[in-house]
Design a protein around this ligand. Structure first.
Ligand SMILES: [Zn+2]
Length: 462
C-alpha cells in the first residue's frame, strides 16, 4: 500500500423510503460488489508501481481504479497530484524510465485486469437488464454494456444469435444487442464501432466511411476514397494552421463530417437544433471539435475553411467578431486564398485587385464598414438576400488589410485589439459583442482613417 492518504472510503448504501430509491440503492450495492475486486486489482498494482518508482504505470492503474469506482474521491485527488509532475513533492522521488521487461509485464497486466473489468461490467449489465420494467435500470444496463465495449475496444463482432461480442469478456444478451446495434454502434468502413461524441450527434447515421490520422478525422456518407482525399487535404492545411497559429493543444483530431447532398445536410440541421445553418455550405462547431458539410462543388475550400475555424478555436477558444472569424478562415479556405495543384495545397495567398473588385463595384464599399464590424455571417446566410458572399469577401479583405497595413496607427491598434480579444479566451463565456465593443473602443477616433484607408487599399491591395 502507498504511504499517501488515499485510503478509499467505503461507499455506504443510502436507505430511502420510496421504491425507486430502494431499487437504486440495490443496484448500486450490486455494482459495488461486482466491481470491488476489480478496483482492488488496479489499486494494488498502482501502489506497487508507485512504490517501485514507475510513475506512468502507477498513473494508468490509479486512473482506471477511479473509473471503476468514482466514489473513491480521495484517489482522484491523488491522481491529479501525481499527474502534476512539477509539484515539488515528487522531486524527492526517483522515477524510472521505461524498460522493455516492465513494458511487457505491464501490457499483460493491463490486458488481464481489463478483462476482469469488462466481465464485471457485463455481469452488472445482465443483472440490471432483467428489470425490463424499470427504465432507469435498463439505462444503467446499457451504460454498463457500453463501458464494457469501451474497455475491450472495437471493432465488434456479432455472433450467430445476434449478440454483440465484447472480446474475450463475453457477450451482450441478444435482445439488448438488437437495440444497441441500432443506437450505440455504427458501421465504419464495414466494421462495427461504438459511437463517439461526433456520431452521437448524428443519430440517424448508421453506416459511414472514414479516413483518419493522428491530427485529422474525415467521415463521409459518399465514399472512403473521398474521405481519404479530404484527409490528405486537411493534413496539408494543418501544417499551415500550425505555422500561423502555433501548436494546437487539443487531444482530439480536427473532425469533418460530409453528408451526401444538401438535402440530407438540411434535414440533419433541422433535426439537431442547427436550423439557422440550413442555408450554409457547412459549419464548424468549435466546442464539439468537428464541422459538418455535404458533397458539393468546391468542397475542398469549404473543408479547409471549416478546419481553420476548428483549429483556431482549439488554440484560443475566444469569441471573436464574425468578420474576424470568417476573414481568418477565408484566408486559408477562401476561393482566392487557396490553390490546389495536383493535390498540392497552397493557402494564405494575398488578395489581388481583381479578386477584390466586386467590393467597390458601386464606388463605395459593398458592405458599409459599420455593418461589417457589427454584422453576422450566419444571419446574412439565413437572410438569403445575396449579401452573404460580399460579407465573406469583405471580411477576408478587412482581415488581410489589418494584418498587412503599413499605416502605423492602424497596425498597432489592430495588434493591441487582437491580442486582448484572443487573450480573453479564459473567459469562455465571453460574448462576441465584447470583442466588437473592444474594437470600437480601441479604434476610437481612427474611424475616418479606417473609412478612407480600407477602400483605398481594396482598390490597390499591397
Ligand atoms: Zn466560416
Amino acid at each position: 500500500m502507498i504511504a499517501c492518504a488515499v485510503a478509499p472510503a467505503r461507499a455506504t448504501a443510502r436507505a430511502s423510503p420510496p421504491q425507486a430509491a430502494r431499487a437504486d440503492a440495490e443496484a448500486r450495492r450490486f455494482e459495488h460488489d461486482a466491481l470491488e475486486s476489480v478496483f482492488e486489482k488496479y489499486y494494488e498494482a498502482g501502489s506497487d508501481y508507485y512504490k517501485n518508482g514507475w510513475r506512468n504505470e502507477a498513473l494508468w492503474c490509479f486512473e482506471r481504479a477511479t473509473k471503476v469506482l468514482p466514489e473513491f474521491g480521495g484517489l482522484e485527488r491523488f491522481v491529479s497530484l501525481l499527474r502534476d509532475f512539477d509539484n515539488p513533492v515528487w522531486k524527492r522521488k526517483h522515477w524510472k524510465s521505461p524498460r522493455s521487461a516492465v513494458d511487457e509485464g505491464f501490457r499483460r497486466r493491463k490486458e488481464y485486469y481489463d478483462l476482469g473489468y469488462a466481465q464485471a461490467l457485463l455481469k452488472i449489465g445482465a443483472h440490471h437488464a432483467r428489470k425490463e420494467d424499470d427504465p432507469a435500470l435498463v439505462e444503467r444496463a446499457r451504460a454498463s454494456f457500453r463501458s464494457a465495449l469501451e474497455i475491450v475496444g472495437g471493432p465488434y463482432e456479432v455472433d450467430a444469435s445476434g449478440s454483440i461480442v465484447a472480446g474475450k469478456a463475453g457477450t451482450i444478451p441478444a435482445a439488448f444487442s438488437k437495440r444497441m446495434l441500432l443506437e450505440d454502434l455504427v458501421l465504419i468502413n464495414g466494421k462495427r464501432w461504438l459511437r463517439d461524441s461526433m456520431l452521437r450527434q448524428l443519430k440517424d447515421v448508421s453506416t459511414l466511411h472514414e479516413a483518419r490520422s493522428e491530427r485529422c478525422l474525415v467521415r463521409t456518407l459518399t465514399s472512403e476514397e473521398e474521405a481519404r482525399r479530404l484527409l490528405a487535404l486537411l493534413e496539408q492545411a494543418y501544417d499551415d494552421f500550425s505555422h500561423a497559429f502555433g501548436e494546437r493543444p487539443a487531444s482530439r483530431p480536427l473532425g469533418l463530417f460530409l453528408f451526401v447532398d444538401r438535402k440530407a445536410y438540411e434535414e440533419w440541421c433541422k433535426a439537431s437544433e442547427n436550423g439557422a445553418r440550413t442555408k450554409a455550405a457547412g459549419f464548424a462547431n468549435g466546442a464539439e471539435g468537428f464541422a459538418v458539410t455535404f458533397a458539393q462543388k468546391g468542397i475542398e475550400a469549404i473543408a479547409v475553411h471549416e478546419a481553420a475555424h476548428l483549429y483556431h478555436f482549439d488554440v484560443y477558444a475566444s469569441a471573436m467578431p464574425s468578420w474576424y472569424e470568417e476573414g481568418l478562415a477565408e484566408s486559408f479556405g477562401g476561393r482566392h486564398a487557396m490553390r490546389l495543384d495536383a493535390e498540392k495545397l497552397t493557402t494564405s495567398l494575398r488578395p489581388t485587385k481583381a479578386a477584390l473588385a466586386p467590393l467597390l463595384r458601386t464606388g463605395s464599399l459593398a458592405v458599409p464598414l459599420a455593418d461589417l464590424l457589427h454584422g453576422d455571417a450566419t444571419a446574412r446566410i439565413a437572410a438569403d438576400d445575396g449579401s452573404a458572399s460580399d460579407f465573406y469577401l469583405e471580411s477576408w479583405a478587412f482581415y488581410c488589410f489589418l494584418t498587412a497595413t503599413k499605416e502605423p496607427r492602424l497596425a498597432s491598434r489592430f495588434e493591441e485589439w487582437e491580442s486582448f480579444a484572443l487573450g480573453s479566451r479564459t473567459a469562455r463565456d465571453a460574448k462576441e459583442q465584447d470583442a466588437t465593443q473592444l474594437f470600437d473602443r480601441v479604434f476610437g477616433g481612427l474611424e475616418p482613417l479606417l473609412a478612407s484607408a480600407f477602400p483605398e487599399w481594396i482598390a490597390d491591395p499591397k
